[in-house]
Design a binder for this molecule. Sequence first.
Ligand code: HEC
Length: 247
Amino acid sequence: MRIVPRAETQGKVSGRVLYRLNCSGCHREDMGGSPPEFPALVGIGKKMTAAQVVETTRKGVGRMPGFAQLGDAALESITAYIMSGTEIAAESAAPQNSPMNLKYAFDGYNKFLDPDGYPAVAPPWGTLWAIDLDKGEIKWQIPFGEFPELVAKGIKNTGSENYGGPVVTAGGVLFSGATNHDRKFRVFDKLTGKMLWETLLPAAGNATPAVYEWQGRQCVVIACGGGKSGAASGGKYVAFALPAYVK
Ligand code: HEC
């Protein structure tokens, strides 16, 4: 992350400057966003009318805060800039000493990648940790996730970006999907971090699994949505059950 100087905001400024001040931190200066967390606003006119953009921006949506404090003139000026690049000068109604008017601004989530698109830092690029909360001690830590194309070249255990929590059963078995690129669902011994089983999901399981009982059998289910960091999207829930108990 880095900071960049903010533009001067006294008096009337263009929609581009208002956009840069209020929106570029998440949607980026070039409106490319950082999908999927922060959507791109390029071509937003194909999806929303100007009135809808103004309303969405005023009220906020999902993880985006509302910007009612900017006032109608500024919201309309920003919307015109986003939708057509038109520069209409407007004054922000937000107080000049508001936190939105600091000297420096955050310029968005920039990933530090090497020329091949992998993290430009030494692996592991993602880890799974077990922490003893009673003692505050790290019990174990392992690289978590792989890139299938690197594994094919013999480069294993790099770890990768991962989104999704683990679930631990009373018997000490830990289930987790989470890893963005290898689509794996893994089972570990919670005491040692030893992997007990793994399988391939239809898309990355970027979700926390749920364990439950069904007809006397223990089951675990995970949502396979994928779609993060350029990975393929999916739309399936996959459930697994322990084999039926035979007397
Ligand atoms: C703190 C980060 C953040 C800032 C600042 C921010 N946005 Fe957003 N914006 C988001 C996120 C996250 C979403 C997606 C919300 C969702 O659908 O859950 C979004 C969605 C939108 C959408 C809907 C896009 C779509 O494809 O549905 C519009 C339009 C939009 N923002 C405009 C703006 C404008 C204009 C500003 C500046 C006044 C702004 N945003 C500032 C985070 C931000």
